[in-house]
Design a protein around this ligand. Structure first.
Ligand code: RIB
Length: 303
């Protein structure tokens, strides 16, 4: 069984569903409001656990009701929560999400996530050493992310850095990550001076650029590879990137080749957008296998 350590954010997502966005100074009526657990770290943890991995979540929440429900939710998904800090003088992170016109916009208040310190990473050295892979994102302090990547390198544990939300990163951090999975927009911020194809060629079998419904691109050392996304009905894209990252990591730990791991991840991400809320649509391994089987059957019939 894959043994995955996820170091990252946990938020309560406060989601407004509306037919359009309000203009500055305007008040409009929305359609629905949801309070659901989210945060890139926690979303990736839930996606990985549903796909059958043994998952340790490492992060920080406040000693408040949002923190308590996030804890409960992770436990319900079978995720190990021993290394989650509960800070008595800080609130739990929140994400203020508007779902409108087929897409989302998100404002994150990091709160406790901003206090995830290097100390906690030092304290999980053994966990990192024993992990099949460690996954990190950028909703916790960059110093903590950098320290965790260094430790993974020292302990020879593969490390996947999902550089989201977008920000410029030091080159050595990019170099030290085993896999880097920006979306198109994040890739432009990471590599502002080069065309995407040139950048992909600089990082063979490491830089995986996700382009939503257009699929995923990487360079295998010989040629540029494009892995198409599945054509799916979209209800809410929140958490699709997180599902992709978790499933991709699982694919790798199962020994899949890079392209196969991306196909597995595309399938999982495609299923995740079918329901409202970051975690609601994330598939279980059984659901994924069933859809995979149906697709294989369809392809056979069309041959
Ligand atoms: O990637 C989606 C997540 O980003 C949301 O759940 C929200 O919490 C923000 O962190």
């Amino acid at each position: 069984m894959s043994n995955i350590v996820i170091i990252g954010s946990m938020n309560m997502d406060l989601v407004v569903i509306t037919s359009r966005r309000a203009h500055p100074g305007e008040t409009i009526f929305g359609e629905e409001f949801l309070t659901v657990p989210g945060g890139k770290g926690a979303n990736q943890a839930v996606a990985a656990a549903r796909l059958g991995a043994k998952v340790h979540m490492v992060g920080a929440v406040g000693n408040d009701s949002f923190g308590a429900s996030i804890f409960q939710n992770l436990k319900k998904e079978g995720i190990n929560t021993t290394n989650i800090q509960v800070l008595s003088d800080e609130s739990t992170g929140t994400a203020h999400i508007t779902v409108a016109e087929g897409d989302n916009t998100i404002i994150v208040i990091p709160a406790a996530n901003a206090r995830l310190s290097v100390d906690i990473i030092q304290s999980i050295r053994k966990l990192i050493e024993d992990a099949s892979i460690v996954i990190l994102q950028l909703e916790v302090p960059l110093t903590t992310v950098a320290y965790a990547i260094d430790l993974c390198n020292e302990l020879q544990t593969p490390v996947l850095l999902n550089p989201a939300p977008a920000q410029a990163l030091p080159k050595d951090m990019i170099d030290k990550a085993t896999y880097l999975t920006p979306n198109e927009h994040e890739a432009k911020i990471l590599f502002p001076d080069d065309e995407l194809e040139a950048v992909l060629k600089k990082y063979p079998n490491k830089l995986i650029v996700t382009e939503g419904e257009k699929g995923v691109r990487f360079y295998d050392g010989e040629q540029l590879i494009h892995v198409p996304a599945r054509n799916v009905e979209v209800v809410d894209t929140t958490g699709a990137g997180d599902t992709f990252n978790a499933a991709f990591a699982i694919g790798l730990t199962k020994g899949y080749k890079l392209k196969e791991a991306i196909e597995f991840a595309n399938l999982a991400a495609g299923l995740s957008v079918g329901r409202l809320g970051a975690q609601a649509g994330m598939p279980t391994l059984e659901q994924l296998i069933q859809v995979q089987g149906e697709m294989d059957e369809k392809n056979r019939r069309h041959q």
